[in-house]
Design a protein. Structure first.
Length: 176
């Protein structure tokens, strides 16, 4: 019995190999944190890219507007082409951009509001819409709205979740 007691006390005081056990316990947690930081950074980069593409599309759709023009599909085509070229410049596939799940509701500005047309493009282009400035409480101006979704896939062990990032931009229409 004495020998068992001595052996047990010796095992409690022994510290060889503890570093390996601690490393084995902490390493998976550290790896998960580093992978989370990496994938969050990738999603944030892609969100910035598609938001910039939506802004470029809204700006391109708003520029050629005039009161005597026929805005049926001209600004929608310009906006869609600008979004596609911005996505291509960022090495993203423009064919993966999809129509938003719920298009933003707007009030028509002057003439009839053009609703999103899924048959024409995969980007929701609405114009002319009334854009109000909530901070100043102004009456609002006529503008252009572009919105779409883009899939982001995280490649993690045991799962491959896909998240749809929403991009939306509104720009005041120029009359000159």
């Amino acid at each position: 019995m004495r020998k068992v007691s001595r052996t047990f006390r010796w095992l409690l005081r022994e510290t060889r190999g503890v570093e390996i056990a601690e490393t084995a316990a902490i390493l998976p947690i550290l790896f998960a944190i580093v992978m989370g930081i990496f994938w969050f950074g990738q999603a944030f980069r892609m969100y910035g890219t598609i938001t910039r593409a939506a802004e470029d599309g809204a700006r391109a759709g708003a520029a050629p507007y005039c009161s005597t023009c026929n805005p049926t599909n001209g600004f929608a085509t310009n906006a869609s082409n600008a979004v596609n070229s911005s996505l291509q410049a960022a090495n993203l596939d423009p064919t993966q951009a999809i129509y938003p799940a719920t298009p933003p509701p707007f009030t028509a500005c002057g003439s009839a509001l053009t609703s999103c047309n899924v048959a024409v493009t995969n980007v929701c282009v609405q114009g002319p819409v009334l854009i109000t400035n909530l901070s100043t409480g102004g009456a609002g101006v006529c503008g252009m709205s572009v919105s779409f979704q883009y899939p982001f896939s995280m490649h993690v062990p045991f799962a491959n979740p896909t998240v749809y990032l929403q991009a939306s931009a509104r720009v005041r229409m120029e009359t000159q």
